[in-house]
Design a protein around this ligand. Structure first.
Ligand code: SF4
Length: 75
C-alpha cells in the first residue's frame, strides 16, 4: 500500500466520509467548521457520530482540495 495515499472511510450508517490523504492540503477548513467531528490530534481523526449527517455533509462540501467526499450508504 502507498503510505502517501491512504484512503479511509468513516460511516455513520447514512453517509460515509471518505478521506484521501494524498489530496489533503491541511487547510483545516473541516476542523474549523466542525471540530466535534474532525479532530486531527486523534485516531481515528474523523468522528462521524459527533454531528448530524447534514452538518457533516455541509462541512465536507467546504473541503477545498477534494480530499473529503461523501458516499451515500445504500440501505
Ligand atoms: S478541509 Fe480538506 S484539505 Fe483541509 S484539512 Fe480537511 S480534509 Fe484536508
Amino acid at each position: 500500500m502507498d503510505k502517501n495515499n491512504i484512503v479511509k472511510e468513516y460511516s455513520n450508517g447514512e453517509v460515509a466520509v471518505v478521506w484521501q490523504s494524498a489530496k489533503c492540503i491541511h487547510a483545516a477548513n473541516c476542523v474549523k467548521h466542525l471540530s466535534a467531528v474532525f479532530k486531527p490530534q486523534q485516531h481515528p481523526w474523523i468522528n462521524v457520530h459527533n454531528a448530524t449527517t447534514a452538518e457533516i455533509v455541509a462541512t465536507v462540501n467546504k473541503c477545498p482540495s477534494g480530499a473529503l467526499t461523501i458516499k451515500t450508504i445504500e440501505k
